[in-house]
Write a protein that binds this ligand. Structure first.
Ligand code: PLP
Length: 349
């Protein structure tokens, strides 16, 4: 730390992303990426778009936004795009979190980091003993609410009827619904967008659309909420989604069959893996995501993670209260998951 850093930031603990080692033969199940390549057509679209890189990108992302509007049945004024959904979530904290933000004790680790970065107060609400969100805990709250649905790292989804209770009991607060993993079997709050003016749905191309490295997210909500987000976006970095990423995103949206096939495969492999882990005596939470949150029998989360790491399999462990028995395992290809199960059997011997 230099002696010049602002006082307020000196205690800031930055978010710690999962490792990205460039080691051969590693089975990488630690950052919830897709195990499948980008959709056919993405590479060509990026190559074509590279021909105009001397120009600034289209800051309205017109083509991409029109395709998103088409895909999700909204008006383009109800959508904006970001450099990953992380950026849009950070914008939303700035735009709507002035009084404070509320989120569960076990959830996406970036929420407390943004709160600290922007000097926003955070109210942490405990999940119940089965890692469920209790909608009643959020009733009559006067701060902005952030719900990852499905939640991470638990993988559990909140039914839409229960999310509606949170939205309806907080009509004067924005409810940010982070749907990074929604395509793997959960109900989306997209249906709330025309109905409630206080719901902001944030999505990503990183998980179900095979574009984590392109950095593309989008937010959907009432036209005025989107205008507010764009006010922050245009005050920070209007060119936030570069030309190549816009082209990649548009090409991916033009391949709905590929999207469907990949997400279905991920869900099938997830259920196969879940069954295997259960039969080995693991505790495995119900997952509506592309990962499993699982506790090995007789092994602490850290021990299981380290055992796998020594055998070239990376999964994620969180050194946090309540979840030290657990690890988060990204769903990879069938072959990768078979390797995980084989190694796990050895570790449990
Ligand atoms: C719950 C949740 N929200 C948002 C993100 C960020 O995704 P992106 O790659 O779009 O920034 C992640 C990434 O892991 C996540 O787990």
């Amino acid at each position: 730390m230099s002696r010049f850093l602002n006082d307020r930031l000196q205690a800031l603990q930055a978010y710690v992303p999962g490792e990205q080692p460039k080691v051969q033969n590693l089975i990488k199940l630690n950052t919830n990426e897709s195990p499948f390549p980008p959709a056919p057509g993405v590479a060509d679209a990026v190559r074509d778009a590279a021909g105009s890189l001397q120009l600034y990108n289209d800051l309205s992302a017109a083509q991409l936004t029109a395709l998103l509007a088409d895909t999700y049945g909204l008006d383009k004024k109800q959508i904006t795009v970001g450099n990953g959904s992380d950026e849009l979530l950070a914008f939303a904290f700035q735009a709507f979190g002035e009084k404070g933000v509320v989120f569960p004790d076990i959830t996406y680790g970036f929420y407390p980091v943004w709160a600290n970065l922007y000097g926003i107060d955070a109210k942490i609400v405990a999940l119940d003993e089965n890692f469920n969100i209790r909608p009643g805990d959020y009733r009559g709250n006067d701060w902005c609410i952030v719900i990852a649905n499905p939640n991470a790292p638990t993988g559990k989804a909140l039914p839409l009827t229960e999310l509606a209770q949170i939205v309806e009991s907080n009509p004067d607060q924005v409810v940010i619904v982070d749907e990074a993993y929604v395509d793997f079997g959960a109900e989306s709050a997209l249906a709330f967008v025309p109905q409630y003016e206080n719901v902001l749905v944030v999505r990503t191309f990183s998980k179900s659309r095979q574009l984590a490295g392109a950095r593309l997210g989008f937010a959907m909500g009432h036209e005025q909420l989107i205008e507010d987000l764009n006010r922050v976006r245009y005050s920070f970095h209007p060119y936030n989604v570069n030309t190549l990423t816009q082209a990649a995103g548009a090409a991916a949206l033009r391949q709905p069959e590929y999207f469907e096939a990949c997400r279905q495969k991920v869900m099938d492999i997830r259920e196969w893996t879940r069954e295997q882990l259960l039969s080995l005596g693991f505790r495995v939470l119900d997952s509506k995501t592309n990962f499993l949150f699982a506790a090995a029998p007789g092994l602490a989360g850290k021990e299981y993670q380290e055992g796998l790491r020594q055998r070239n399999i990376l999964i994620r462990y969180f050194d946090l209260p309540r979840i030290r028995d657990f690890t988060r395992i990204t769903v990879g290809t069938q072959a990768q998951m078979e390797a995980l199960i084989d190694v796990t059997k050895e570790l449990l011997k």
